[in-house]
Design a protein around this ligand. Structure first.
Ligand code: CO
Length: 681
């Protein structure tokens, strides 16, 4: 690329007024969506985007990504923020740079295909609230899932960016399925649909530099519309991939501001600006302005999130991605899930099972939601299958996939697995071949009716329609019907400073240890009880000394979290499993105290000692629904409970036939592994 490096040094400077390049690379900044989604589990708050918003508007980005992906989910679930409000707020600061969002086509910003009426309303409302560019993707690259949303994007006069999800089955591009022809054909299909730009979406950072070169060249030769590259850093290849794509003529590149860059996120903008400075593809960006933005981010914003960064390893790249051709986020989710189930030793079996499950399920690309679908089914197979039976516990989403509800897979699904998954499936045992949304009943009116007065406008209704359980809870917080719990409140810089001072003191050995209280030895008479108080439970040891028992120790075993569904890629945000035992001084042996303990033991609000066969939670998660009521008859194997774990719904079968004697939780409750959900007698 000799012509690229011809630089007239005298005319060069860092600011925006240097001579304009012949064909500048356009850049989309994705710090405010994919950046914090990748690095700290999408926990970025609107208030932390505002301090840099006006400066970022001055850089000259082609677009800024501000919404979509997991933001909608995380905001209402974990941050107590209205997702719709974020677009409107940020729009007041970004006056000239267009907004881009990631749209999961018919999956919108959720994890299943929604009905056409909801999909249309969602796109219309997104446009109305200020969205400009819709980066649309489908996990199966089945563009029939684009039809409804694209019609609305176009009708609203907005920009339709069509994605090709980049995936592979071999160590490099090629093989039977995902070869160069595959990408060229997909690009042609997008052009025919009226795409304004085409995005190569390399969510796992799998796209090797020389492969991207080949693809971009082929797409430029075969299509007239601009090509955009989205390539995660995860494997470490992306800066090289960016450069080769630029040499091949790519039009737009995604990057992050450096504090939001690298690891599972994206390459940073600053080195790219310097790399291209003075070449015919110079971005034209003011590097000093970028430096000023960085300073604010580093000082005022990032400290609040540092605790969410995964600093468990030294390396900022994940070579497992290169070894297993799977997204880093998916791998860390698998590890989290196994850890939650005390089965981390099974990780190698999971790596082995993963390509088998993926092949069985039609070699789907691994991106939300298919990465979770394949990942969780893999873990279920490793944990629950035995030598006599494979696919013992099939998730609801795998059943939907086998039915055709997500669309057409790249290669056909294993017919045996498909048959097993569809046995007794509620929509029918024969899979469909039409556009999936055609079999979906309209759902917006139903949602409106269900949510009633709790929704004040159509945006509220859509929030509820996409996220019925957590959306409803959010609306209760929003309108003051329920107080939001402390864990959804923002961290302040003051808190962070205090914590840092404490850590500093601790490291310097200046923290004075509290004097231990004298605790009597536990005697052989010690009996232990589980005591449940609201959402906490304690193990209480009662030691009889003479006539009346006294409380001898209390160990807080766990706090039932609001959301045990593990945040994506944030192992550190997980709740502590067993906090250090809190040593409680022995209570004075007053009978009154004893009575309270005995009473609590006699009538715990959860897990009443009902006789019968218990159905225990096989994994931590959130109850979606109980399919039966107390008193209902149930047959062994019939679905009793729908449990959401890792965002997948698991149908839990009745362990025995009989009558439902007790149901210990409600829909929306979080449960720990082994909690007794209900009892059959
Ligand atoms: Co991404």
């Amino acid at each position: 690329m000799s012509d690229h490096t011809e630089v007239k040094m005298t005319e060069l400077n860092y600011s925006k007024d240097r001579p304009k390049a012949e064909n500048p690379v356009k850049v989309e900044d994705i710090s405010l969506r994919d950046g914090h989604q990748s690095l700290f589990a999408t926990r970025g708050r609107t208030e932390d985007m505002i301090p840099v918003a006006e400066m970022m508007d001055e850089v000259g980005f082609w677009a800024v990504e501000t919404w979509g992906g997991a933001t909608f989910d995380t905001m209402h679930r974990f941050l107590n923020e209205d997702p719709w409000e974020r677009i409107r707020t940020l729009k007041r600061y970004f006056k000239k740079t267009p907004f881009s969002m990631l749209l999961r086509a018919q999956n919108l910003v959720g994890y299943r295909n929604y009905a056409d009426d909801l999909a249309k309303a969602f796109v219309d409302r997104s446009c109305e609230n200020g969205m400009d560019i819709f980066r649309t993707f489908d996990a199966l690259n089945d563009y029939r899932n684009f039809e409804t949303v694209v019609e609305r994007i176009k009708a609203n006069g907005k920009h339709f960016q069509g994605c090709i999800c980049y995936t592979m089955t071999e160590p490099r591009m090629g093989g039977e399925v995902y070869n160069i022809d595959y990408y060229v054909n997909k690009a042609k299909a997008l052009e025919e649909m009226g795409a304004d730009t085409i995005c190569i979406k390399d969510m796992a950072g799998l796209c090797a530099p020389y492969d991207v070169y080949q693809i971009v060249r082929a797409l430029k030769e075969n299509s007239k519309i601009p090509i955009h590259l989205h390539s995660h850093f995860t494997s470490g290849m992306s800066p090289m991939t960016h450069l080769k794509a630029i040499e091949a003529g790519v039009d737009i590149i995604d990057t992050c501001m450096s504090p939001y860059a690298y690891r599972t996120s994206h390459a940073a903008i600053e080195p790219l600006v310097m790399t291209l400075l003075g070449t015919n593809r110079d971005t034209g960006f003011d590097i000093k302005l970028l430096g000023n933005i960085n300073e604010i981010l580093e000082k005022e914003v990032m400290p609040k999130y540092a605790h969410l960064l995964d600093d468990s390893k030294m390396s900022i790249i994940d070579i497992n991605v290169l070894l297993h051709q799977t997204p880093g986020g998916m791998l860390s989710n698998l590890v989290n899930q196994l850890r939650e189930m005390d089965a981390l030793d099974k990780i190698d079996e999971v790596y082995k099972e993963l390509p088998r499950v993926r092949k069985d399920l039609g070699q789907v690309p691994l991106v939300t939601p298919t990465s979770q679908i394949v990942g969780i089914q893999t873990v279920n197979n490793v944990l629950f299958d035995d030598e006599n039976e494979r696919y013992k516990m099939i998730t609801a989403q795998v059943k939907d996939l086998c039915y055709g509800l997500y669309g057409k897979t790249a290669v056909p699904i294993n017919s045996e697995v498909q048959k097993k998954a569809l046995k007794g499936y509620k929509r029918g045992e024969e899979p469909i071949t039409c556009r999936p949304a055609e079999v979906l009943e309209p759902e917006l009116e139903k949602a409106k009716e269900e949510i009633g007065d709790l929704a004040k406008d159509i945006d509220d209704v859509i929030t509820y329609a996409i996220y019925p359980v957590t959306g409803k809870r959010f609306l209760k917080w929003k309108y003051g019907h329920e107080e939001a719990p402390p864990e959804v409140k923002p961290r302040t810089l003051e808190q962070v400073k205090k914590e840092r001072e404490l850590i500093k003191k601790a490291k310097a050995g200046q923290l004075v240890e509290k004097k231990k209280e004298d605790v009597p030895e536990k005697s052989e008479n010690l009996r232990t009880f589980n005591v449940f108080i609201d959402d906490e439970y304690f193990e209480v040891g009662v030691d009889e000394q003479g006539e009346s028992p006294v409380i001898s120790y209390i160990e807080q075993l766990g706090q039932m979290p609001l959301q045990p569904v593990q945040p994506m890629q944030a192992p550190k945000a997980a709740r502590p499993k067993k906090p250090a035992p809190a040593v409680v001084p022995p209570a004075t042996p007053k009978p009154a105290k004893t009575e309270i303990v005995e009473e609590a033991v006699a009538a715990p609000p959860v897990a009443a000692p009902t006789e019968g066969t218990p159905l225990r939670a096989p994994m931590p998660g959130m109850i979606i629904s109980f399919e039966k009521k107390v008193g209902d008859a149930v047959n062994q194997g019939e679905t009793l409970v729908i449990l959401e774990a890792m965002k997948m719904e698991n149908a839990l079968p009745a362990p025995a036939s009989g009558t439902v004697k007790a149901i210990n939780f409600n829909s929306g409750d979080s449960v720990a592994k082994n909690d007794i959900l209900c009892v059959i007698g």
